[in-house]
Design a protein around this ligand. Sequence first.
Ligand SMILES: Nc1ncnc2c1ncn2[C@@H]1O[C@H](COP(=O)(O)OP(=O)(O)OP(=O)(O)O)[C@@H](O)[C@H]1O
Length: 965
Amino acid sequence: MDHSEWMYTPPPLNFHDPRPRLRRSASLSSLDLRPVISRSRSPAAAPAGPANSPITTPRRRFWQRTDHNHSRIFGCPGEVNTAASSFTLSALHPFQRTTTTKDPLHHLHSTTSPPTAASSGALLLSSSYLLVHLVIPRMRTINMDGNTTENHNNNGYRSGLRAPRVHATTTSSIATTLQEITNSENNARAQATAIPSKRAYQFTAGGGMPQPEAKRKTLAEKAGEPLRSQLPAVAPAASSRLAGVKPTSIASLATAQPASNIPGASRNVASTNFGKSIGPGSRPPISSRAPTSMGFSQSVGGATKGPVRQRPATAMGNRVVEEESARPSQPQKKGWDVDGRLNEFETQFKVMKEAFDSTITDRKAWEESMELAKNKANELERDRQRLMEQNHELQSQIGSLHQDKQNMQQEQQKLILQMEAEERRHKYDIEDKLREHKHQVDEMKREFKAELDQLRREQREALEAMERRYRAELEDEQTKKSKEIQELRQKLGSEQEDLNLAILRKEREIQEMRSLVETLRSDLERELTFKGTLKSQLTEMSTAGLKMEDQMRGLKAKIEFLESDSKQQSDSFATMEARLQEALRVADEAKEKLIKEETERRVLFNKYQELKGNIRVMCRVRPVLSPSEGDAAMIGFPDEKTSAQIDVTGPEERTSLGAISRRVLPFEFDRVFPPAVHNEEVFGEISQLVQSALDGYNVCIFCYGQTGSGKTYTMSSPDGMIPRAVHMIYDTITKLKEKSWTYTMEGSFVEVYNEELHDLLTPGKELKRLEIRHDDVRKQTTVLNCKTVALDSPDKVEIMLGEAQRNRTVAATKANERSSRSHSVFILKLIGENSATHERCEGTLNLVDLAGSERLKHSQVEGERMRETQNINKSLACLGDVIEALGKGSSHIPYRNSKLTHLLQYSLGGNSKTLMFVMVSPLEAHLKETITSLRFATKVHNTHIGTAKSTKKLKGAAASGSSEY
Ligand SMILES: Nc1ncnc2c1ncn2[C@@H]1O[C@H](COP(=O)(O)OP(=O)(O)OP(=O)(O)O)[C@@H](O)[C@H]1O
């Protein structure tokens, strides 16, 4: 039997220095690990599998590193060159190229940098193959034959393998052979790594050697970094299957693997197990190696995990073999459970096969990730190029800007220098000018001083001359004035005499007038009696008419009774008929007489009014409202019978002898109302004027007096003159309907404030400019843009007054106490038509509440109030002027001097009836104003304003202006 045929002869190994592969691997940064082993492997091993298997190198390195572990499996510690076994198997076994990162035997590994699953699988495969084909037959041979040299099994099977060259038929002979190879390789490596290269230092695991400063990362490395984070997303299955594999980046794998797995790196570390175990001359005793669970020693970093324990004897008795190899002369006698082992290996083999399959899948995922990373790296490289170009451009721009900046700085320097020069020049100029100006000013000062002195002298002389002249003139004037005074005194004496005579004459006239009035009164009484008689006659006639009607009825009955009767009956019927006709005629005559009487009454009434005077003045004193108002003035009403006089005790006066006295000032008016009189009684006096307005007269009723004297109370209070007048007019209109008179009544309410007209019936926002228009033919005044309300019911008057009050209150917020600072005029137009007589009349009733009559000097006001007061005083003065001019019978009446007189033009004067109420405050504090008001009223009272004329005309005669009553 040729054992040489049976024995395994390893193919020629290429245990060259792994550094080229390492460098290649490192330079690729783990992106492509495949070419490593294909280039380093021996030609014999190369065809056995794909040349670009990515895990070949790690696996091979693993074999080289873990030879002792491998040998432990076979019970041939240190004897079997695992590298040789590995390459033998890689050349023979079909699974050699299968790669995986998952280690199915992970639980057996305890290294800090565990071998890849591929390397572990390959190890197991090769181990099992070696066991089946090399060791077991040989062991069988040993067991069966003792120390036989022939390779026979129990069945006489011959393996056909070449017999080992070593004569010994024990496993130790094989191990020895492999050991030789291993040793030679290790020696070669040791030699190659005696002086570690820079790269070797870099890859040294455990950090025993100093590390160079980290180089700047290439784009490929940078590309690899994000991949680390992407890995779980890209190949989660792979990462999950990589349990037990240290999670590192691809780049770090590229660098870490050599450090941990490649023989060159591990060999450079003298302290590693590998170095210790197979390094030249430093191999420690085998028994001291720390076995892993799989029997692999841990070479990375020299650290050995797990408890170091004595290697257990395997079932195959490897330990015995080991011991025997230590004592080669003693043959192994122990029996083996080969079948059990084989089954175990079969199982493991299946597991590993599955692991390889999954590893292939993972590998594809990794490759895709790497492809992505490459693309990313390329993109980044392009970006970097582009950024570099931009950077260059910006650099050049910065350079040009820098140049510009320098140029500008130079320019600036030049300008600064120029400016400084200019400044100096200006400074010198200014100094020169200042000196010059100073000189001129001094000169002018001197001149002015001289002129001033001259002027002063001249002025003094002129003043002295003027003084002299004025003194002379004053003396002349004094003599002249004293002469004039004497003349005036004489004149005054004669005028006083004339005046006394005139007074006497007037008194006589008054007496005559009074007697005339008495006569008229008696006429009126007679007329009234006559009217009463006529009324009684009318009553009698109507009674007679009724009687006659009764008689007629009786006669009719008689006629019916006597119908068929005689001629007597028909005669009596005719008589009755004639009497009836007579009675009807008498009734018509009585009615006509009644209308005639009414007309005559009007004529007589107006004649009486005219005789009383067309301007009448009445005085009213209001009561003291409360004691807090102050002391009451001393006011007396001496003529209780006629109620026409008021005596006011004037202020204290000092006589020429120094005595203080108070004069009683009597004032006489048409009527004086003491404080106790109510509005009703007052209205009784003015109702005749309201009747005149109905008869077609223009009537004006003023209230004049100082603020708080009771003007508004008299005019506009709920029972004042305005509401009463309107109510009276309604009543009269209703009664006159019997006499064929129909009336329309229109009201408007205006205010004169600061010589401007305002409509009190239109809210402030809608106010338009009011304009006064006069109709000279009709003697009527209209106010343009002024609201006119048809007063067809008594309620409307109250609504109208309320609205006017509201609008006045709104205006009062702008100008304080506006109501007492303006004149308000209530204008009532009355147009009547008689359907029987075809008469038409148009009268106007003006009820005026004048503004407070305080004098400016007393009121002590400023600003807006002063303007108001001036306007009030002006308008009141104008009113006085108009009345005075009317009294004098002047050809020109100054109506246009104020808005108020202009508005009341046709209600003041010849064609109108005027009544002035002078309102008096009862307080001592208002005494001066009271006297002033009473004096003004007296002046008005003494004025005779001609004869009032009614506007009553026959219809159709208005245009011709005829038929005036
Ligand atoms: N005859 C009177 N009987 C009772 N109270 C009166 C009488 N006359 C005036 N008063 C009261 O005196 C006060 C002042 O009267 P009123 O406002 O009418 O004065 P006026 O002259 O219109 O003042 P102004 O010019 O400021 O409008 C009011 O409170 C009013 O009620």
